[in-house]
Design a binder for this molecule. Structure first.
Ligand code: HMG
Length: 389
C-alpha cells in the first residue's frame, strides 16, 4: 500500500523585511545576505499572528475543500510553543472545526519535529488505511537584533494531509536517522529568541546529513544518482547547497553548477523570500519544488533531508504521484507571496519589541492586516483566537 502526502498547503505572514533594509541598518554589504547566505526577504508575523493562526491558516484551504472530514489525528510540530502544557494543535483543532474523534498532540525537536510527525502519521495510516492524519508544522524563527542569526529569521506553516493512495508523494519505507546531544542551537524557556553557535550548527547539520544518508543508503541500496531532485532543511538557501555539495563529495559524485541548479534550485525559491520556517522549512522547499518547477515530476524520486538542532537528522525519500499538479495550491501561494507588504526597518523593530503577550486586554493592531485567523488577546491567562472567515 502506498502512503504519503495527499495534499500540501503553505502559509506565511503578510509582512516581510527585505534583507537590503536589514543590511543598511546593520551596515553590511547586502550581498552578504543575498549571495553569502542566499536570502532575499524574511517573513515577519504581525503582532496578532502566532503559530496557531499561521497553522490554522495553512490548513484553511484544505478545510474549505472538505478535505479534513476524515482526519482522526492532528500532529502539530513547532518549536515556538505558546504554552507549557496545552498543545497549540488543540486551538487549531477548534479553529478548523475538526471532529472530537481526532487525537491531537504537539511535537518538538527543533526543526526536525515536522518529519517526526510525518513518520508517525505514516504509521497511523498503515494501521488504519481508511483514516487520514493532518500534520501541521508552524514556527516563527526569531534571533536577537543585531546577531549573526538575525538575517535568517522567517515564519511560516505547512499543512499536509497524510493518507493511503496519496495524490502527491508516496513516501518510501526506508529512512536513515541520526541523534546526538549537542548544543548548536537552543531556546531556554525564559527566552523568546533562540541562541545559536552559528558556524558549529552548520557543521553539525552536515555531519548528521552524512550519517543519516549512510543508514538510508544501506537500507535502500540506492545511490545519490537515483534521485531526480533533493529537498533539504533550509535555514538559509546557501546551507542546502553546501550540504548537497558535501554529500556529493562524500559519495564521490561529480556535481557541476548546472547539476546543482537542476537538483535544488526549484526547492529554494519560496524559502529565499520567506526565511527559515524551522519545522516546516523542508516542506516549504517541497512545496516550492512541486509548484514552481516547470518539469512534470510524475514518477520522480525526491530525496528529503530534515535537520533539527540539538540534534536529530533524517534522510528519507518519496515518489511523485501522477496528477499531483491538479491538487496543488500553486496559484494561491503565488498570490499570497506577491501580495505581501514590505516593512520599513522601524516597523520591523516595533513589531519585534511587542514581544511575548501577557495576560489582560485585547491584542488589536488595526494597522496590520491578518489572515483568516487572529490571536485576539489573553484573558484570565487564557489565549483567545478569532476566526475571520
Ligand atoms: P555570519 O557569521 O554573520 O556570516 O553568519 P559570515 O561572515 O560567515 O558570512 C556568511 C557567508 O557570506 C560567508 O560565506 C561569507 O564569505 C559570505 P561562506 O564562507 O559561508 O561560504 N559573504 C559574502 N558573500 C558575498 N558578498 C559579500 C559577503 N560578505 C560575506 N559582501 C551564520 C552566518 C549562518 C553563522 C548565521 O547566519 C547564523 O548563525 N544563522 C543561524 C544558525 C543557522 O541557520 N544554522 C544553520 C544550521 S543549523 C539548522 O539548520 C537548524 C536551525 O534551523 C534551527 C532548528 O533546528 O530549530 C537553525
Amino acid at each position: 500500500m502506498k502512503i504519503g502526502i495527499d495534499r500540501i498547503s503553505f502559509y506565511t505572514s503578510h509582512y516581510f523585511v527585505d534583507l537590503k533594509t536589514l543590511a543598511e541598518a546593520r551596515k553590511v554589504d547586502a550581498d552578504k545576505y543575498y549571495v553569502g547566505i542566499g536570502q532575499e526577504k524574511m517573513g515577519i508575523p504581525a503582532p496578532d499572528e502566532d503559530v496557531v493562526t499561521l497553522g490554522a491558516s495553512a490548513a484553511y484551504p484544505l478545510m474549505k475543500e472538505g478535505e479534513l472530514e476524515e482526519v482522526e489525528l492532528l500532529l502539530f510540530a513547532t518549536e515556538t510553543g505558546i504554552d507549557q502544557s496545552k498543545a497549540a494543535g488543540v486551538y487549531v483543532h477548534g479553529l478548523l472545526e475538526l471532529g472530537p474523534r481526532c487525537r491531537t498532540v504537539e511535537l518538538k525537536q527543533a526543526c526536525y519535529s515536522g518529519t517526526a510527525a510525518i513518520q508517525m502519521a505514516l504509521g497511523f495510516v498503515a494501521r488504519n488505511p481508511a483514516k487520514k492524519a493532518l500534520v501541521i508544522t508552524s514556527d516563527v524563527a526569531r534571533y536577537e537584533l543585531g546577531s549573526p542569526g538575525e538575517a535568517t529569521q522567517g515564519c511560516g506553516s505547512v499543512a499536509m494531509l497524510i493518507s493511503a493512495d496519496p495524490r502527491i508523494l508516496a513516501i518510501d519505507p526506508e529512512a536513515g536517522y541520526y541523534t546526538e546531544d549537542v548544543m548548536d542551537f537552543w531556546r531556554p524557556n525564559y527566552r523568546s529568541e533562540a541562541l545559536v553557535d552559528g558556524k558549529y550548527s552548520t557543521m553539525v547539520y552536515i555531519h548528521a546529513l552524512i550519517e543519516s544518508w549512510k543508514q538510508y543508503a544501506e537500507e535502500s541500496g540506492r545511490e545519490l544518482t537515483d534521485f531526480d531532485r533533493f529537498c533539504y532543511h533550509i535555514p538559509f538557501t546557501k546551507m542546502a547547497e553546501k550540504a548537497h555539495q558535501k554529500l556529493c563529495r562524500k559519495c564521490r559524485v561529480k556535481t557541476s553548477r548546472e547539476d546543482m541548479q537542476h537538483l535544488l534550485e526549484e526547492s529554494l525559491r519560496y524559502s529565499r523570500i520567506t526565511g527559515n520556517c524551522y519545522s516546516g522549512s523542508m516542506y516549504v522547499g517541497l512545496t516550492s519544488l512541486l509548484e514552481t518547477g516547470e518539469e512534470d515530476l510524475t514518477g520522480k524520486r525526491i530525496g528529503l533531508y530534515s535537520y533539527g538542532s540539538g540534534c536529530v537528522g533524517e534522510f528519507y525519500s518519496g515518489v511523485v504521484q501522477p496528477g499531483y499538479r491538479d491538487v496543488l495550491f500553486g496559484d494561491q501561494h503565488a498570490k499570497m507571496l506577491a501580495e505581501r507588504t514590505e516593512l520599513t526597518y522601524q516597523q520591523y523593530e516595533d513589531i519585534f519589541h511587542y514581544g511575548v503577550p501577557t495576560d489582560g486586554g485585547d491584542y488589536i493592531f488595526p494597522q496590520y492586516k491578518t489572515g483568516p485567523f487572529r490571536f485576539s488577546g489573553i484573558s484570565q491567562h487564557k489565549r483567545e483566537y478569532e476566526s475571520l472567515v
